[in-house]
Structures are given as structure tokens and as C-alpha cells.
Design a binder for this molecule. Structure first.
Ligand code: T5A
Ligand code: NA
Length: 200
């Protein structure tokens, strides 16, 4: 029997409401149509023990938690899944992941008194993505999307800093594709599929 080809780890990043979930799911469907085994995963996973604390922190703006502590909870929420991630990839499943280490780094590092280098440390050792799609869109367009403003980080000042730091990271890494997501859902989907086919 031939060896199973390892699946790819594909990550979608972007500001809140940039369309990550929508496009992750569309990409999974497209891959499955090509008979490629694919699975959707998202962070934070709010259903686990750490995920419940994170959910409470995000939804309840009164919840007090030190910035370092919540940073480590977000990272722990990824480490909880590391065995599952590795085993799916080894089984040849391509994982399409809605937010990953870069969300962890960026959303914490833009806060006052948080050091970028410190934020990166607890992510070291997690499986590295093969490709990162950064969904890029203006604040004006984001703020009118359904549901914007309901959670802790969904305000203009934070989102603008996050968008800037994402762009900075995208220039430092060569496996990032920046995609303008202000276009129609179908246009964005065509772009991500095109990129995936080019890589395969
Ligand atoms: N966070 C997260 C950290 O601080 N550290 C971490 O380590 C991690 C993992 C919650 C918060 O946690 C922070 C970041 C966040 O502030 P989340 O649950 O992923 O993270 O929160 P959101 O990014 O807000 O997730 P959403 O699911 O709400 O947004 P998505 O997935 O970006 O967007 P989506 O696909 O749900 O689309 C939003 C709306 O826009 C429409 C969709 O239909 C939907 O209504 N839409 C479009 N409309 C027009 N044109 C298009 N091209 C469209 N694409 C989507
Ligand atoms: Na959100």
C-alpha cells in the first residue's frame, strides 16, 4: 500500500467579521468536490474548558482578566487540539482553519504594554500552516456587517490596529496570500480555490 500524502494546514486570518467562517466552509466544500479530504476547524473552540472561559471573556465586557492570562488561555485552546490536528494531517485530511496562532499574536500584541515577542513564545511548537489567507477589508465595510460590535474586541480602534499588524506579518512571511474580501462571496471563493489549486 502506498504512503498516505499528508494533508495541508490552511489558515484563514482577518479582522472580526471579515468572512473567515464563510470562506473556510466554502473551501472545504470545494475541496470535497475535488475528492480531497477536508475538514473545517475554528479557534477559539468555545466548547472546551478553556473555550468557555474565553467565550465569557469575549461576550461579557465586564469580565476582568489580565491580558497575559487571556493570551495564554487562547494559546492553550489551540494546544488542546494539537494531537487531533497532527493525526488528521497524517491521515491525509486537509484542515481549513478559521483563525490560528496569528490571531493569538496580533490581538494580544496590539494591546498596551503587551510585547510582540512575548506573545509569540507560547505558540512555538504548534504545527506550522502551509498557507495563510489574510482576508482584507476596510473598517467601514466591516462595521455594517451583521453582528459587528457585540463582542469585546469589535470596536474601530482595536480592529484598525489588528488590521495593520496583520499586514505587517503578511510582509514578513512568504506563504501568506492577502485577499480583498469586500468583493462578492463568489469572487473571494474563486480566488481561494485558484490559490489552492496552484499549490497542489
Ligand atoms: N481572538 C481569537 C484572540 O484574541 N486570540 C486568539 O487566539 C483567537 C483565536 C473571537 C475573537 O477572539 C479574538 C479575535 C476575535 O475578536 P471569532 O469567534 O473568530 O473570534 O470572531 P469573529 O472573527 O468575529 O468571527 P465571525 O465568525 O463573527 O466572523 P467571520 O468568520 O470573519 O465572518 P463570517 O464569515 O461569519 O461573516 C460575517 C458576516 O459577513 C457576511 C456573512 O454572510 C456574515 O453575515 N459576509 C459577506 N457579506 C458580503 N460580502 C462578502 N464577501 C461577505 N463575506 C461574509
Ligand atoms: Na467576533
Amino acid at each position: 500500500m502506498g504512503q498516505i500524502k499528508r494533508g495541508a494546514l490552511i489558515v484563514f486570518e482577518g479582522v472580526d467579521k471579515s468572512g473567515k467562517s464563510t470562506h473556510c466552509k466554502k473551501l472545504v466544500e470545494a475541496l470535497e468536490n475535488f475528492k480531497i479530504k477536508a475538514k473545517f476547524m475554528s479557534f477559539p473552540d468555545r466548547s472546551t474548558l478553556t473555550g468557555k472561559l474565553i467565550d465569557n471573556y469575549l461576550r461579557n465586557k465586564e469580565c476582568q482578566l489580565d491580558d497575559h492570562a487571556i493570551h495564554l488561555l487562547f494559546t492553550a485552546n489551540r494546544w488542546e487540539k494539537v494531537d487531533q490536528i497532527k493525526s488528521l494531517l497524517n491521515d491525509g485530511v486537509t484542515l481549513i482553519v478559521d483563525r490560528y496562532s496569528y490571531s493569538g499574536i496580533v490581538y494580544s500584541a496590539v494591546k498596551k504594554n503587551m510585547d510582540l515577542n512575548w506573545c509569540k513564545q507560547p505558540e512555538i511548537g504548534l504545527p506550522k500552516p502551509d498557507m495563510v489567507f489574510l482576508l482584507s477589508i476596510s473598517q467601514e465595510e466591516i462595521m455594517v456587517r451583521p453582528g459587528f460590535g457585540s463582542e469585546r474586541y469589535e470596536h474601530r480602534e482595536m480592529q484598525e490596529k489588528v488590521a495593520d499588524m496583520y499586514l505587517q506579518l503578511s510582509r514578513e512571511c512568504d506563504n501568506w496570500e492577502v485577499i480583498n474580501t469586500a468583493r462578492s462571496i463568489e469572487d473571494v471563493q474563486d480566488r481561494t480555490c485558484e490559490e489552492m489549486c496552484r499549490e497542489n
